[in-house]
Design a binder for this molecule. Structure first.
Ligand SMILES: [Fe+2]
Length: 182
């Protein structure tokens, strides 16, 4: 099964929503998957930002009842700010406290998301699949599998996400397939 799936949904608001968001957490920790990141790549931190309840509720209301019966996802923003380094990258990682997410790409400019298989014995990554989300796209992605993002210098990436903490990607896909055109 592919670890990502494009969904035909549109976000109810655009990038201006960042004005109402509050920084909650900044992730910079190195994980076992990216300890050997080559020097020419500059690792970029990821920020999670909370939204006022009425905005979060508006986005959660898009989720079909059959999916919410498994888990009501949390809505928040994810921001990656690439510096002017030549090859900014969000290094390979699995998401903390998040199994999968429905991502609305409010700001995107051709960044590529890479998926990997992790070889425990050799402690090495092998790329399996990639996708590029365009601005305005919505994708459900598996965040429990190692993935990385190749960013664009000086380009901010902003994602409005519906985040699941314990429901698996295949479970959400199965429920969405019953009620939506995915
Ligand atoms: Fe991630």
């Amino acid at each position: 099964m592919s670890p990502f799936l494009k969904i035909d949904w549109k976000a109810p608001f655009g990038r201006e929503i960042i004005k109402y968001a509050k920084l909650q957490h900044r992730f910079t920790k190195t994980q076992k998957y990216n300890k050997n990141l080559a020097d020419e790549y500059t690792s970029v931190p990821t920020e999670a930002l909370t939204l006022p309840n009425h905005y979060a509720d508006q986005i959660i209301s898009m989720v079909p009842a059959s999916v919410k019966a498994l888990e009501v996802p949390q809505a928040y923003l994810i921001r990656m700010t690439a510096t002017d380094a030549l090859q900014p990258v969000l290094p390979a990682h699995v998401d903390y406290n998040r199994t999968c997410g429905i991502n609305f790409y409010l700001e995107a400019d051709g960044e590529k998301t890479h998926y990997y298989e992790w070889d425990r014995e050799l402690k090495s990554l092998t790329e399996t699949e990639t996708f590029v989300a365009a601005q305005g796209d919505c994708w459900l992605i598996d965040t429990s599998i190692p993935h990385s993002v190749t960013l664009k210098p000086n380009q901010q990436r902003l994602i409005l996400t519906l985040s699941f903490s314990h429901t698996s990607f295949p479970e959400v896909v199965a429920r969405l397939r019953r009620v939506c055109n995915v």
